[in-house]
Write a protein that binds this ligand. Structure first.
Ligand code: SF4
Length: 406
């Protein structure tokens, strides 16, 4: 347990992030902690590199709505003081805390106070005796460092910890955590260290952490992004967990990639829907698809969806039309339907006349380029008759893109 958050043993994968403020700046640090907590962080870590930071820690722990981990490097006395300040957990790297003896002092202190530790090994700070192995086999070196740390804690009869191994290399992160998960029975914290910018870092983390989480490895995660907005890390972490169906939080938005069939400004619609969905906590699934027939077919599982065309679009639920509306009112009407659904106790309220009108509109706008099973059968039959069907783009409503059978 890190305060009230269970870690490991089948508990939900916990989302962590780290504040980017100067920890001793109480106002800034507390504001960022509240922001990340609102975004869904289960646990927050703060850097404690100086005396004034450890002095601020007591207030931070007391006022934080989520558990606080003190992040300590190099100075074992700061780790002792962080435990005294009531940190919910202390993160230390035995490779840079001054040797096994100093690490042992911190471990004994944590044991006496019931404070959990996160012990981490980083590819950049492996102990001296593993440097040669690191050169030959970096994965084995990381895992050996982690196992040695675990053995140290077990010798001291301390088991209230989780372990992290971090590397900037995604393949090494995956390989080393897979190996470590076989060798030790303790919870693992996952992260790709110095992952990069919001774009590249999110992708590296999604690949590295996603692969491990899909294997059932990993009990807490942190997405390291080069941004001052720590809540962005939390949002990415949640998207990974939601994609793997490991946890649910807030709405799920599905949007098609668009193609030449698109006839309305879908970019703006997606951005607006995403923005307005932030006000909802429920895991309602919303689909935005660019054209009528594919849209309704591909989004049969969505609680609500919109599909647009040039001037008119349609709102539907679970693949069934609800109403047609002018394109510029699509988003407002979508949210009116969502709100009506919640007001009715999560029941879709369908006006049959409007639904029939939407069905007619859908039929009129049916895309006859789709290779449905029926059309494929007709094409095969025509080919078997020796009359290979020709395609003609003469009636294309989207310059040169839409083909119909001649
Ligand atoms: S839903 Fe329509 S617009 Fe979107 S990618 Fe598919 S065919 Fe293209």
């Amino acid at each position: 347990m890190v305060r009230d958050v269970p870690i490991g043993g089948g508990a939900p994968v916990a989302v962590q992030t780290m504040t980017k403020t100067e920890t001793a700046n109480l106002a800034a640090t507390m504001e960022q902690i509240r922001t990340v907590a609102d975004a869904g962080a289960d646990i927050v870590r703060v850097a404690v590199p100086r005396e004034q930071d450890v002095q601020a820690l007591e207030t931070i722990v007391r006022e934080s709505p989520i558990p606080v981990i003190a992040d300590i490097h190099f100075n074992y006395t700061l780790a002792l003081k962080a435990i005294d300040a009531g940190a919910d957990c202390v993160r230390l790297n035995p490779g840079n805390i001054g040797g096994p003896e100093k690490a042992g002092i911190v471990i004994e202190h944590a044991k006496a106070h019931g404070t959990p530790l996160r012990v981490g090994v980083n590819s950049g700070s492996l102990p001296e005796h593993l440097r040669r192995l690191e050169y030959d086999d970096p994965v084995e070196a990381l895992v050996t460092a982690a196992v040695e740390t675990v053995e140290l804690m077990e010798r001291l009869d301390f088991t209230n910890f989780k372990v992290s191994m971090k590397s900037t290399s995604v393949p090494n992160t995956i390989a080393s955590n897979r190996l470590l998960a076989q060798r030790i029975p303790y919870p693992l914290h996952l992260g790709v260290t110095e992952a990069g910018t919001k774009w590249s870092g999110s992708l590296k983390s999604a690949v590295g952490l996603g692969t491990l989480l899909a294997d059932g490895i990993g009990d807490t995660i942190r997405i390291s992004l080069s941004t001052f907005h720590a809540e962005e890390e939390v949002k990415v972490a949640w998207e990974i967990l939601k994609a793997l169906k490991l946890r649910e939080r807030g709405p799920v938005l599905i949007a098609c990639p668009t193609c030449g069939r698109l006839q309305f400004d879908m970019d703006s619609v997606v951005a607006e829907v995403e923005r307005r969905l932030e006000a909802y906590d429920d895991p309602v699934e919303i689909s935005i698809l660019g054209c009528a027939v594919n849209g309704i077919g591909e989004a049969r599982h969505a609680d609500f969806g919109i599909t647009g065309a040039k001037d008119m679009g349609m709102i539907y639920s679970k693949g069934e039309p609800l109403k047609k509306v002018p394109t510029e009112r699509l988003v407002d009407e979508l949210f009116a339907e969502i709100d009506r659904y919640y007001a009715a106790g999560r029941r879709v309220v369908r006006d049959e006349a409007q639904a029939a009108e939407a069905r007619d509109w859908l039929a009129e706008n049916e895309d006859d380029t789709q290779l449905t099973p029926e059309r494929l059968a007709a094409l095969e039959a025509a080919a078997a008759d020796g009359g290979a069907p020709e395609l003609d783009e003469a009636d294309s409503p989207v310059a040169g893109r839409r083909f119909t059978r001649a």
